[in-house]
Design a binder for this molecule. Sequence first.
Ligand code: S3P
Length: 441
Amino acid sequence: MTNNTLSSHRADALRGVSSIPGDKSISHRVAILGGLSRGCMEVSNFLCSHDCLNTLRAMEQLGARITPRRSRPGFGPVDFTLEGCAMAPKQPQTDIDCGNSGTGMRLLAGLLSGLPFESRLFGDDSLSSRPMKRIVDPLLLMGAQIKTLGEKPGCAPLAIHGSRLRPIEYHLPMASAQVKSAILLAGMLTEGCTTIHQPALTRDHTERLFHHFGVPCTVDALDVTVSGPAAPIARDIAIPGDISSAAFWLVAASICPNAEITLRRVGLNPTRTAVLNVLRRMGADFDIAPAPDSETGEPYGDITIRTASSLRGTEILRHEIPNLIDEIPVLAVAAAFASGTTHIRHAGELRVKESDRIAATVSNLRAMGAHVDEYDDGFSVAGGNPLTGCTLPSYGDHRIAMSFLIAGLAVPGVTTLDSVENIDTSYPGFAHDLRSFAFYG
Ligand code: S3P
């Protein structure tokens, strides 16, 4: 693995209008459901990040065909025609590489558990240390034959011997859209009704895409039921921009002087917009122009954000955590520029993301000069202490790297992050956007 660095400096202004790359969660699911579907579909604004390209390649290994219409040089297709394998997938000839992506591995494991062949899924060092028991347990209840082969117990690689599954009714022990979706994908291949009871609302992209692709699925408050076996039917889709990527610029504009940035076609699915509610409570100054209609069932719109006249600390509420789990590192950066204290608790899941994001965020904020208290399940940031640029580890984690490069736009000195090649797992073009939004002298 290379160790590229990237630096940011205090900007005098932030200006620009930009489209944000496609939503990561939706892109994974479109690759999987479209790759399995009957027929051909046009996919636009696919996130051609390493994570989602790995999932797309996995579906090609199963027999899906991709004809690119527009690609991002050095990455892969953004707009393409996807011809599904018409529910007749073939056994992959090699082990499936999920790279850095927990979403890719967990969702594919759900799918592969119900397909009639053997397969193996592996990932990088970070992914090989993340918990897989959370999907293995419910899949075993469905009759799946799935084993974790990792050095660390309960971790990848995964060996799957596809089986005929039985439907289950499952109470999710944690609020996880990845676990829910792994079970839903297995349930889609299973005869009967598979029902999941969630402890809290989690992102509902799988349910919305089931609806888009004609897979029977009902949602009743926190309960989701899929009726199988069902085959997704190919239907064109335009993927909205990723609000988790937009969040970097929402915070950047809020903490930098002379900022006005417009982000086009950002996904506004209500199970993902808590970051906007929290920023609003903190005093962020933005307008949203929602698009009138969304054929895909995923709302989106343009967001224009300007420098906040003042930011204040807030408490992120327990029920908001699953909705903004990926935005917490960059919200912690905003908190360091706010008056008063920001409290983030009930977020122990952050310890098992691409890095231990509680430890990484706390350590990097402290290195820049912030006052932070760390807890098992979160942290508190006492805002207002002046921060200074320095050299920081990214812990091999794309969101930690981007969050602290954003902090660097608003502090004296140079802020340098290591291992920034990881940014490509979710936000190809971040370095370009960093250069094009920031103005100096
Ligand atoms: C995701 C769900 C979240 C999130 C991840 C993507 C998804 O994970 O952190 O980046 O696409 O389902 P959990 O739901 O497991 O917390």
